[in-house]
Design a protein around this ligand. Structure first.
Ligand SMILES: Nc1nc2c(c(=O)[nH]1)N[C@H]1C(S)=C(S)[C@@H](COP(=O)(O)O)O[C@H]1N2
Ligand SMILES: [Mo]
Length: 393
């Protein structure tokens, strides 16, 4: 349940986590900005050298400038004892950056998404992502036969061992349930071209998934008849088909006199977010999962931040009416909190007696299930109930 240290992160093979070693417990901000600026996202990137550290010619050779970027879409014709028929597509396609932007004129989608690593108990950031649905890109390949899955990966220093790849089923890509959100190839973050560090020029964005499906520096797509995941994240015991978890993440508690302000961020995952609750008790030793105190806990509702003034939050020229998850005519969110985004919560505990305390926070989803129910394995997303300790003098 404790947050991840840099050493643990390295052991788990998570990636760079450059900033996380020092900033995993976030101070309670006086005001929290709804969107995270591209540079303030926590970075989770593999590679040696990391693709976003390349410059000059190396960057050009890597095809990571808007002028040199290309996406190759091909059939993967491999067969085996179970996959007996090979995938076939009308034609292989190579798409460049201007062609993708051109597709965007007709098909563009915009969407607010929290980026969250399956392995890290802190949200990485929240952005307004803009791009073209993957299904509209794949249509360029014409008719497809025997395609059951889409594999994709990014630039990886031309060293196959560094490849970071992910996959989706054909159905997930081509069909979107009402109210659900399509997978898309993003070329803008917060109204700007996607920075190299955030995976630009083009990054996959999989709305319902943890970060590892949202492949950065995207350059390759394969259409295959293989029905199995090939995700790099299936290694190290992770569940490669897990959905984003509904969960609360705590800031450090801010104590002022006899008052304690408890705050944090709640992610609305696949099961949605009804509300957040907090539980205050005198500080004690670590609570085991089977401690009777859990059953007697008094959980109290916390306040969720209300929708912000969208005009002041969104990049210039972006209307909420154009963002998926918002009503086309009123420009209001269809639900609050928004699907797959995060929202601040807070509670002020007033008039506390001097002493040491611990406070926990949990979400309740739209099924009425309290976090972490249905009880998940930690390798399907870090949604353990967090605790913060503080003292009132
Ligand atoms: N090409 C590539 N894409 C990648 C990764 C990577 O190492 N290489 N890391 C993934 C993981 S595990 C996460 S959590 C997110 C993090 O996105 P961010 O660095 O923009 O916060 O990127 C994903 N996309
Ligand atoms: Mo991740």
């Amino acid at each position: 349940m404790s947050d991840l240290t840099r050493r643990q992160a390295v052991k788990l093979g998570i990636g760079s986590l450059a900033a996380l070693g020092t900033s995993h417990a976030k101070p309670a901000p006086a005001t929290r900005s709804f969107l995270t600026s591209a540079a303030d996202f926590e970075d989770v990137s593999r590679g040696n050298p990391k693709p976003h550290t390349l410059t000059g010619d190396a960057l050009v050779r890597a095809g990571l400038t808007p002028e040199t970027w290309k996406l190759e879409i091909q059939a993967d014709e491999a067969t085996n004892a179970i996959v007996t028929q090979k995938a076939q597509i009308g034609k292989a396609v190579t798409l460049d950056y201007p062609a993708l932007l051109e597709l965007g004129k007709k098909h563009r989608v915009m969407f607010l998404k929290a980026m969250q690593c399956l392995n890290i108990a802190t949200p990485l950031g929240q952005g307004l992502w803009e791009g073209v649905p993957l299904r509209d890109v794949l249509r360029l390949c014409g008719d497809m036969t025997n395609v059951r899955r889409i594999y994709f990966w990014g630039f990886h220093n031309e060293d196959p061992k560094q490849r970071f790849q992910s996959s989706l089923s054909y159905t997930q890509v081509m069909e979107t349930a009402p109210g659900e959100l399509p997978v898309f190839l993003a070329y803008k973050l917060n109204g700007e071209p996607i920075s190299l560090e955030r995976g630009g020029p083009v990054r996959m964005v999989v709305p319902w998934a943890h970060g590892f499906k949202s492949i950065k520096w995207l350059q390759q797509i394969r259409l295959t008849n293989d029905y199995q995941t090939n995700d790099t994240y299936a290694e190290k015991n992770n569940d490669p088909e897990s959905h984003l978890k509904t969960a609360a993440y705590l800031d450090d508690v801010a104590v002022s006199g006899k008052d304690a302000r408890v705050s944090g961020l709640a992610i609305s995952g696949l099961s949605g977010l009804s509300h957040v609750e907090t539980w205050l008790r005198p500080a004690g030793p670590e609570l085991a999962d089977n401690d009777p105190a859990w059953a007697a806990a008094e959980w109290k509702r916390s306040e969720l931040d209300q929708p912000p003034d969208w005009r002041s939050v969104l990049p210039a020229g972006v209307s909420p009416r154009d963002i998926l998850g918002f009503d086309r005519s009123s420009g209001k969110p269809l639900s609050w909190p928004l699907r797959y985004s995060m929202v601040g919560f807070s509670t002020t505990l007033s008039g506390l007696r001097p002493g040491k305390y611990e406070v926990r926070a949990r979400t309740v989803d739209l099924n009425g299930f309290a976090q972490p129910e249905p009880r998940s394995i930690q390798k399907s997303g870090k949604n353990g109930i967090q605790v913060r300790r503080f003292e009132v003098k």
